[in-house]
Design a protein around this ligand. Structure first.
Ligand SMILES: Nc1nc2c(ncn2[C@@H]2O[C@H](COP(=O)(O)OP(=O)(O)O)[C@@H](O)[C@H]2O)c(=O)[nH]1
Ligand SMILES: [Mg+2]
Length: 316
């Protein structure tokens, strides 16, 4: 069930742990009243939107000052959620943020569920689903490429493509309805088929880019495979810039596989170092070889390493 839109919600927006500044957000019909109850300074209820004020967070029961802070007022619908929103910037300690949040809850807000601010933005028509997804992608972006891709979603680049397709289908629907009512004026069936086929082709082309999007967000999986002593672990360490994997001239050193995240020219990768491929009587090493082959099967990219001073082995 969807949480109620009539509630006023509050949450700490900044990550847990100490920080120079911490941000709390309040959104909903009673956002300005709720904030006003714990604020000594310019009254948010009478403040215009798009303004910030300096003041103090206070405990309304005792009048005790909790922290010196900034308070930002956004009036709906010109806010992130489309509702009245107050942001309070305090010092970023867990003690301050926890206390201010408890005061906001005592003043009438309820704790926001995960993603609820963005859910409200969507329900109030401030963003579409592709944009809401992009907010999460941008918050979680771990590389420059992922950031850029998320921002393209946020600025409706994907949404515009979807809107254009939806519009062509709606247009077609209108023509088909016209055909039913006024047979002499509607579209020819073969024209309808042509439009549907072309929209479908574009949807499939968009879907095909989803895999690339996932690889940008999560990192493509790069399997390093090859014979023992081909230099797989050495290459992983060289790419990482530190000695992550054990390197030894004894063949069969790497037995299990080992993952490491790295970034090459802004593109995130998860490199997987594997056991060298060879037939062996050692059951542990044989299990490692099995795993190496499984890693290679699931990888987006396989880098097959070979020692050029050795005769070329038969690839598995
Ligand atoms: N000459 C030479 N030796 C290398 C190179 N890369 C790795 N080695 C050596 O080859 C041995 C096996 O390397 P390692 O990275 O453990 O190979 P792996 O079994 O494929 O993981 C080690 O003694 C490395 O120092 C290389 O490019 N040239
Ligand atoms: Mg190795």
């Amino acid at each position: 069930m969807l949480p109620s839109l009539h509630d006023t919600i509050a949450a700490v927006a900044t990550p847990p742990g100490p920080g120079g500044v911490g941000v709390l957000r309040v959104s909903g019909p009673q956002a300005l009243e709720t904030a006003a109850r714990i604020w000594r300074g310019r009254d948010p209820r009478t403040s215009p939107g798009g303004r910030f004020w300096h003041g103090w967070v206070v405990d309304p029961e005792t009048g005790e000052a909790v922290d010196e802070a900034l308070l930002l007022v956004f009036r709906g619908p010109r806010s992130y959620t489309g509702e009245d929103v107050v942001e309070i910037q305090t010092h970023g300690s867990p003690a301050v943020l926890g206390r201010v949040l408890r005061l906001l809850l005592a003043a009438g807000a309820r704790p926001a569920a995960p993603g609820e601010f963005t859910l409200r933005a969507y329900l109030h028509g401030r963003m579409d689903l592709a944009q809401a997804e992009s907010v999460l992608a941008l918050v979680e972006a771990e590389s420059e490429t992922a950031r850029r891709q998320a921002l393209r979603g946020l600025t409706r680049e994907l949404s515009q493509k979807i809107d254009a397709l939806a519009e062509r289908l709606l247009d077609l629907l209108a023509h088909i309805q016209a055909l039913l009512d006024y047979p002499e004026e509607g579209v020819e069936p073969h024209e309808a088929e042509r439009v549907i086929a072309s929209v479908l082709a574009e949807v499939e082309a968009l879907l095909a880019t989803a895999g690339a999007g996932r690889r940008v967000r999560e990192g493509a999986r790069l399997a390093l495979v090859g014979a023992p002593n081909a230099g797989k672990s050495s290459l992983l360490n060289a790419l990482l810039g530190f000695e992550r994997a054990l390197v030894h001239d004894r063949p069969g050193t790497t037995r299990d596989y080992l993952e490491a995240a790295l970034e090459i020219e802004g593109v995130p990768l998860v490199a997987v170092d594997t056991a060298g491929l060879r037939t062996t009587d050692d059951p542990v090493e044989a299990a490692g070889v099995e795993r190496a082959l499984a890693v290679a099967r699931e990888a987006d990219l396989i880098l097959y390493l070979a020692d050029r001073s050795q005769p070329r082995p038969d690839p598995p």
